[in-house]
Design a protein around this ligand. Sequence first.
Ligand code: NAD
Length: 260
Amino acid sequence: MLKGKNAVVTGSTSGIGLAIARALAAEGVNVTLNGFGDATAIETERSAIESEFGVKAIYSAADLTKGSECAGLVKFAEDTLGSVDILVNNAGVQHVAPIEEFPDDKWDLIISLNLSAAFHATKAAVPGMKARKWGRIINTASAHALVASPFKSAYVAAKHGIAGLTKTVALETATFGITCNAICPGYVWTPLVEKQVPEQAKARGITEEQVKHDVLLAAQPTKEFVTVEQVAALAVFLCGDNAKSITGSMQQIDGGWVAE
Ligand code: NAD
């Protein structure tokens, strides 16, 4: 039932976003990729999605820390593919430091990308979804939308904010065939997590191996990283007809983290 729908997946040149874009494409969804990275590698990925899955895949380098570029990304997808039926607000970055040392510019970056970008893109995509009486909005939140960890003030604030945005948009769109949900992963092994290992080691004064086993997986009762494919499969389910009554929800996929 998703075949022929059009999706925008922000931050889809890497990690979770790329896995969601590929999983949607496997269902016959045309995808708009977005994010930074090596131009040749991105083009290789884009054309591979087209040839593997027989869908259209387009790419925008929009910098989503800027509200106008979030709206521009949605317009680009609507103009090129015809509509935005599925919006996955996924782009995000992390910075780890004690609050008293937390750089102001990192706070501003994380709030603008991890929270405000979802507002701007959703605002731009909802009118078309309402007019067509169908839409799926998925926000990649985090277990940190529900619980906190030390040294991640901006990230935890942004992710708690996205939980509120998700619920509000769900209420406003509930009678238009639109759902809005958040996916709340625990630790997924992606470049975002890999990069914070040395930062965590520095902030806590421990080795990188200790960070992986005693800090990251300490929070996860299963003692296993979540995979990007598992997160992508959940996103695809939320787009389907069987998920039409699921809206305003926080979907935990965290190996039991927030149950503790
Ligand atoms: P990642 O670093 O692999 O991917 C991040 C993506 O965002 C990349 O495509 C990058 O180019 C893009 N991006 C960065 N700055 C951007 C900007 N200004 N404009 C547009 N795109 C930009 O990270 P990931 O782990 O796949 O994270 C994806 C999302 O999942 C984030 O919102 C993150 O907070 C969330 N998340 C990740 C984990 C985890 O353990 N990896 C856990 C919970 C939530």
